[in-house]
Design a protein around this ligand. Sequence first.
Ligand SMILES: [Mg+2]
Length: 94
Amino acid sequence: MHEPAHLNHAIELLVARYEESNIKHPKPYNSYHEGLGLLLEELHELQEQIFRKEADQNPAKIQHEACDCANVAIKMMILAEKHRLSMLQKEMKS
Ligand SMILES: [Mg+2]
């Protein structure tokens, strides 16, 4: 079980990252494929940090790249939620 303070801090970092990225890139993803491509790029950046020699690993950088991955995943979740709600509305109209 994660300590609540660590979870709260991770969520705070993620929300800050999400807001920062929305200023830089305000448009939502056009497709799941676009989101997946970005997630794979971020996973690669995380992998680069993790595959360093242990002495060269920087927890702050690993945390940053993991947060980038979570940010892209959140945006994909939001896109899926929009699609899910849109499908529900269509079902209710028919
Ligand atoms: Mg990154």
